[in-house]
Design a protein around this ligand. Structure first.
Ligand SMILES: [Zn+2]
Length: 269
């Protein structure tokens, strides 16, 4: 599933091409991909895209007068740009946004876990979304607050979008490896020093993911259809049985909170 670095990469790849463009026409092939209409999608027409934003794993097209189009890519969705004349003979294209600059934005989502929202009030839309880990609001003190007295595994809290926005399975496992902490460590057991290390590791791993333009296993591509590169730098995720890059011990996979988690039993405790 695309996570914060992948969404940030899509945002960065699209923004210079679509900011300032006006939406001419919207074609929705399957009505059920539209999750919410706070306004009639027709009202988005003839409005300019003033900014391309991101919150957690959501991409936001901010239009004039506080009209927003919000997209989530679910498990395997893609959002990319092509020239208007390009015919796409592909299945699972559920939404097409025609722009006045000769291009069109395509929302493709084979498994349909993603969706499109037409929403006006962004604060309200994201009211239950946790802190952005790459902002100054995300601190060891914040981790201390949300970990306090919690018996759950640290991995589960890192994935909880209402606490921390944008982290999924890949970057959680990689951040925990970087911090030397097992994903099943109980949240209440953390010492202040470990919270500092974890906070820093989360930020570093996400920044590195953005620098490498995301992780492509199967589906993820940026706004031009290009693959990411961070899959070449993963230390634990997807590496069950392979030697730890640091110590050579076999990487272990364990289900935590229903999700596969990968870690080095020697480097992480
Ligand atoms: Zn190791």
């Amino acid at each position: 599933m695309p996570e914060l670095p992948e969404l940030e990469t899509i945002k960065n790849s699209l923004k210079s091409l679509i900011t300032g463009a006006e939406i001419k026409h919207i074609e929705i092939k399957r009505e059920d991909v539209v999750r919410l209409n706070h306004y009639n999608p027709e009202e988005a027409l003839e409005r300019k895209i003033v900014e391309v934003g991101r919150r957690g794993k959501f991409l936001i097209l901010k239009l004039e007068d506080n009209y927003n189009i919000i997209l989530h890519l679910g498990m395997s969705g893609r959002f990319f740009i092509v020239e208007e004349g390009v015919g796409l003979d592909e299945p699972h294209i559920h939404g097409t946004f025609y722009l006045d600059n000769g291009k069109k934005l395509i929302f493709k989502d084979p498994r349909r876990f993603g969706g499109i929202w037409f929403a006006k009030d962004l604060d309200n839309f994201f009211v239950r979304m946790g802190k952005e880990p790459l902002t100054e609001e995300f601190t060891p003190e914040y981790l201390k607050k949300i970990f306090k007295n919690r018996k759950t595994a640290v991995k589960n809290l890192l994935l909880d979008q209402s606490l921390i926005a944008g982290i999924g399975n890949i970057y959680a496992d990689e951040a925990l490896f970087a911090a030397g902490i097992r994903p099943d460590r109980k949240a209440y057991s953390f010492k202040d020093r470990e919270l500092e290390v974890l906070c820093e590791a989360v930020k570093e791993v996400l920044k590195r993911g953005i620098e490498e333009r995301g992780t492509t296993f199967r589906d993820y591509r940026d706004g031009y259809g290009r693959e990411g590169n961070f899959q070449n730098f993963l230390n634990v995720y997807g590496r069950e049985g392979m030697p730890c890059r640091r110590c050579g011990t076999g990487i272990v996979r364990k289900k935590i909170g229903g999700r596969s988690s990968f870690f080095c039993p020697n480097c992480q405790d």
